[in-house]
Design a protein around this ligand. Structure first.
Ligand code: C2O
Length: 448
């Protein structure tokens, strides 16, 4: 079936599900068997791509070679490369019944379960159930480019199974330097809704670094929603997708580990009992609940070594700011003084914006206190730059849900917010002179 790009966009804009979606529906699988811990499953630590031995790299290449071969030999095998990619497509708006797990609290657990079955399928294809997915450790500055083993088109004159031609980063270019700033780091999120989302909004991890790595991998600068990684419906066709999400999964574990008292997963049954279906390594349809994926070492056979390159673990102190009907943020004189006094070197101060109405088109948007800087100024160098929003959508209709953001309350923010006019927040794509005012439900500062 051929549809023009214009056709997709028009379908998405009018809220209709384009016919394209039908092509990513999974094969019939009958009644799913509930998840149970597979016999013989043992706990194996997942490693960083940069730490893999030559033997492990070879095993990874063989596994993705086998995955691609399966699509070529039987396009309907639910374990093949394209069927695996379609699982993601279907779940990101391709499902006509409308079940988009993005931009909500199901984002983290759904992707965890998806990676688990994907990992077992790869293990089965190479006859090694101790195979574990590696993670792309872009939290470390040294890993902020496409991992070298994913870049060459061929290896020993054979096609590289980890290669994807639809990337603008196969040359090893570096990610933008402003990608993981200390104060606007999503790892500073004080609670699960701001970190991983709620029933009705997305978390800061999803809407910053997660989206940025997607869109950037496919296209630089991030002004074009390009396949594969730059669109949700095609993202999982790129083998790097699973390693990107493996790191997202690791950061969830790490965020909890850093402060298990202040930071907790949701306890609502609507979250814990929500079930998803996946085909397992034997092509059996399985049903797995959110509660089944919370203890990875016991249930899913993997864990991560502690210690992502991140910030402090202290319990956050919260200072509420007032925001008027017009979404103008105001500081008390006392809070201004606090913000203008340099904090202890070990203290991180972040500005938390809950339920912000984020843009709905794929791209990188910079956030400012007041208007964006004049054209020609590097956004992240403007004194009123607070952080960024990275949005990734696909070609399907999506629920436009709000998102939480973790920003950096800089001096310019403190100055503006303490005047009688207060400060409004704006966002704008790179280089745009006009900003859009950001609306939200609440705003506060945390110190930790
Ligand atoms: Cu389901 Cu990174 O998107």
């Amino acid at each position: 079936m051929t549809l023009t790009r214009r056709g997709f966009l028009a379908g998405a804009a009018s809220g209709l599900v384009p016919a394209y979606c039908q092509t990513c529906a999974p094969p019939a699988g009958g009644t799913p068997l509930p998840f149970s811990i597979p016999a013989g499953q043992t706990n194996v630590q997942r490693k960083a791509i940069s730490a893999l031995t030559a033997t492990e790299v070879n095993r990874l290449r063989l596994a993705y070679r086998a995955l691609r071969n399966l699509t070529n030999s039987n396009a309907n095998d639910p374990r093949g490369w394209m069927q695996q990619a379609n699982v993601h497509c279907f779940q990101c708006g391709g499902n006509p019944a409308g079940s988009d797990i993005h931009q909500s609290w199901f984002f983290l657990p759904w992707h965890r379960a998806y990676l688990y079955y994907h990992e077992r399928i790869l293990g089965r294809l190479i006859n090694d159930m101790s195979f574990r997915l590696p993670f792309w450790d872009w939290d470390l500055p040294a890993s902020r480019n496409l991992p070298p083993i994913y870049r060459p088109q061929t290896v020993s004159s054979q096609p590289n199974s980890l290669f994807d031609n639809l990337r603008d980063t196969n040359g090893g270019q570096a990610m933008p330097a402003s990608i993981f700033p200390a104060n606007s780091n999503p790892m500073n999120s004080p609670n699960f809704p701001t970190f991983g989302g709620s029933a009705s909004s997305g978390g800061s991890l999803e809407n910053t670094i997660h989206g940025l790595v997607h869109v950037w991998t496919a296209h630089r600068p991030m002004t074009q929603a390009r396949a594969d990684m730059g669109r949700l419906n095609t993202a999982a066709r790129d083998p790097i997708f699973f390693k990107h999400h493996c790191n997202i999964d690791r950061l969830w574990a790490e965020w909890l580990r850093r402060n298990p008292v202040a930071r907790q997963n949701p306890t609502a049954l609507a979250w814990l009992d929500r079930a998803f279906t996946f085909f397992d390594e034997n092509s059996r349809l399985r049903s797995i609940r959110v509660r089944d994926v919370l203890n990875t070492a016991t249930n899913l056979g993997y864990n991560y070594a502690p210690g992502a390159a991140l910030t402090s673990s202290a319990a956050p102190k919260r200072f509420d700011l007032t925001a008027s009907q017009q979404q103008v943020v105001k500081l008390t004189a006392e809070l201004k003084k606090r913000l203008l006094t340099p904090s202890d070197l070990n203290v991180t101060r972040s500005l938390v914006v809950e339920d912000a109405k984020v843009p709905t088109a794929t791209g990188l948007y910079n956030v400012f206190a007041g208007a964006p800087p004049a054209a020609g100024t590097e956004a992240s160098e403007a004194p009123n730059y607070l952080g960024y929003i990275a949005v990734i959508v696909g070609e399907h209709a999506h629920a436009a849900r709000p998102a939480s953001l973790i920003l950096d309350p800089k001096k310019a923010f403190a100055d503006m917010a303490s005047t009688s006019e207060g400060a409004f927040l704006t966002y704008a794509p790179a280089g745009a002179a006009q900003g859009t005012r950001l609306s939200f439900s609440s705003v506060y500062i945390i110190e930790q």
